[in-house]
Design a protein around this ligand. Structure first.
Ligand code: NI
Ligand code: MN
Length: 230
């Protein structure tokens, strides 16, 4: 069974069968990072939900280190390729088989850009990442507002074994909206992400997991570095 390690903020490491992949590798500069750049295991794939710095993070440097492809929307992948990364450019709604599993990029309601000294570079549409590895489905919602198609995804692509749901508010859903997202997706396990990294996204994650547990669901607060086999 795949093992998820929450690495702080939205960064998640997934390990299975001797291979490792990472989603949104914001490590250097992440005050909640559970590991250093050097401690990231050799990667077979890097998934990005969108171009913001707290998600793009160290993706290009990790891709160059491990010759691992960055899998993301076409424009974001293209920006990474121009900096020397290996990439697989996709777009929202598409599925790609990466050999030891598949990924589907799902819509997210957010923005996506890369900030430079000249302003903002368009980085394609923001996404959620649905990953199937060893027959287990992980849905990383990325940064998103609440939207009703989350129910459609839960129905069409479920059962979702684990959903990583942003709860920080301010830039994404807060706890109330995240609870509604959980009700719509109906994942077997839920893990809150995107909170307590910066002052505007301060939250008590047990308010999210506690409410799910009261309703008979399974939810886990993972401190950075903690693992969940799913
Ligand atoms: Ni963002
Ligand atoms: Mn973010």
């Amino acid at each position: 069974m795949p093992t998820l390690t929450f690495c702080g903020h939205s960064c998640c490491l997934i390990e299975s069968g001797g291979k490792a992949a990472i989603i949104d590798p914001f490590i250097q500069g992440n005050p909640r990072a559970s590991l250093t750049f050097e401690k990231v295991p050799p990667l077979s794939a890097i998934f990005l939900t969108h171009g913001h710095g707290d998600h793009l993070g160290d993706a290009v440097a990790l891709s160059r280190r491990d010759q691992a492809p960055i899998i993301a929307t076409y424009e974001l992948a293209g920006c990474c390729q121009m900096q020397g990364a290996e990439v697989i450019g996709m777009n929202v709604g598409g599925r790609h088989d990466f050999g030891w599993g598949w990924v589907k990029l799902l819509p997210a309601w957010h923005s996506s850009s890369i900030q430079t000294s000249d302003g903002f570079t368009y980085a394609g549409m923001p996404t959620g990442v649905l990953l199937e590895i060893e027959g287990k489905k992980l849905y990383h919602l990325g940064d998103t507002a609440l939207f009703s198609d989350l129910g459609l995804f839960g129905r069409l692509y479920g059962p979702i074994d684990v959903a990583l749901i942003p709860i920080g508010d301010h830039f994404t859903m807060g706890i109330e909206d995240a609870l509604e997202a959980w009700r719509m997706i109906q994942p077997l396990k839920a893990v809150p992400i995107h909170y307590n990294t910066f002052p505007p996204i301060t939250q008590d994650p047990t308010r999210f997991t506690g409410r799910i547990q009261e309703q008979g669901g399974e939810a886990h607060v993972l401190n950075p570095g903690e693992k969940l086999v799913y």
